[in-house]
Ligand binder design. Sequence first.
Ligand code: DGL
Length: 288
Amino acid sequence: MARVPARAIPDLVTREPLILVFDSGLGGLTVFAGVARLRPGADYVYVADDAIFPYGRLEPDFLIARVHAIMAAMIAQARPDIVVIACNTASTLVLPDLRAAWPDIPFVGTVPAVKPAALQSRSHMISVLATPGTVARDYTRDLIRDYAAHCAVTLVGSQRLAPIAEAFMHGEPVDEAEIAREIAPCFVEAHGRRTDHVVLACTHYPLLLNHFERLAPWPVDFVDPAPAIARRVDHVLREQGFAPADHGAAPRMGAAIFTSGAQAQGALAGLLRERHLVQQAAPLIGQL
Ligand code: DGL
């Protein structure tokens, strides 16, 4: 009798995964929080490239080389089981380069949640609020063509919101009038219909969600992709052979690395502690 070939099942990995979460600054903490909620017992390294924040204004070739160099340093030092690029501005550009350079490491990106917003919209008017870099990407235009052809999509590139969110996380006061001005172009009325979904296509923006909700000219659904990214991370880890998450596990202390080398102070230091992150020195990042 012909033998049925055994199906390839990954070996069960009994240790906890090491998850590296990367962003240009503190916005990736919104994604980190979602992942840590699903996998509280995992080991975490959070890397913020704050030395050259914000990414939204950088030339594509420079950004690809920069993220590649940081990943080379961090992968050599931390040996992560999975990398989460918790930055739309980087993900919409650098993922092919990273996957080609490190084919054995899964990379989960953060890209504008155009598809769910277009599916859920009743008015078929949605807006994508992002950095100027993300708004300019072919990747973003392709998402709109593929998933939102039935919607009127307004792309809004903000220079200011990511720096405002960053300052907010450092405990600085925010200028609500400025936030209101930045989000205003997302709200469009035409032919008796109006925008009903705003995609938060920069991981910094959910940090300002309370302000957005208060300042919105009418109520909309602000779409934060963090829960979906967290589910994706969990799924990929299980594919890699890691045991299902223990939701009751006690969180372990993770590492936070800032490429600027600046020591987190005041509000930020407290905020890292609350997230079970301890600051560590940045590794040397060559070739920059
Ligand atoms: N958090 C980043 C994003 O999701 C971008 C902020 C920036 O560095 O411009 O796009």
